[in-house]
Design a protein around this ligand. Structure first.
Ligand code: HEM
Length: 163
């Protein structure tokens, strides 16, 4: 009896630890993701407006942002199904979740808009490669990464993150 109790308790503690780890990973990786997306977008805007040459450095910044965002997507997907937001959605149903703006943000709007942002970044990255001019490359990155940045900034749960 005591053995089973201890085993269950350990299992419970492990699940709790995984949950905390995933939450922290998602939360800290987000600093890197948001920062890089800002840097890549600003870099593209500067390149576009100052008619700069699209150099190796510009390619690296855009590619690194793409990779970091894709990793955040994977962490986000893993975290979603362990999160209290998803648990609440399962328990109270889609109707009730959509009626409450705080639950709607965490369980529906944030995940969907972040996925959409990453879709835009991926399209932008592959479209920029087909551009033949430096200006065209900077323009493509500016538009697609810029839209992605707006999506990200509009649907981050700021209060929960920094508050
Ligand atoms: C660019 C991609 C993403 C960024 C920058 C991002 C950023 C964040 C931030 C800053 C938070 C608040 C963290 C905290 O409270 O400390 C958060 C929470 C959350 N994110 Fe993301 N995220 C991204 C993608 C995703 C994706 C793709 C999913 C799911 C498919 C997801 C699911 C969640 C959930 C469920 C929460 C809140 C859970 C809760 O506290 O109940 N995220 N995210």
């Amino acid at each position: 009896m005591g053995f089973f109790y201890t085993q269950n308790l350990t299992k419970f503690a492990q699940i709790k630890n995984y949950t905390i780890m995933m939450k922290m990973l998602h939360s800290y990786w987000a600093y890197l993701a948001v920062l890089l997306l800002i840097i890549a977008t600003v870099n593209a805007i500067i390149g576009l407006t100052q008619n700069k040459e699209f150099k190796e450095k510009d390619l690296r910044i855009s590619l690194f942002t793409l990779i970091i965002m894709h990793i955040q997507l994977l962490i986000g997907l893993g975290w979603y199904f362990m999160s209290p937001a998803y648990k609440a959605l399962k328990e109270s149903g889609m109707g009730a979740t959509m009626k409450d703006s705080a639950s709607r943000l965490l369980a529906v709007e944030h995940p969907l808009m972040m996925i959409l942002a990453i879709v835009f970044i991926t399209i932008g990255w592959s479209k920029h490669k087909k551009q033949t001019t430096d200006n065209g490359k900077f323009k493509t990155i500016t538009i697609f990464y810029g839209i992605a940045l707006l999506f990200v900034l509009s649907r981050i749960p700021w209060q929960q993150w920094l508050g």
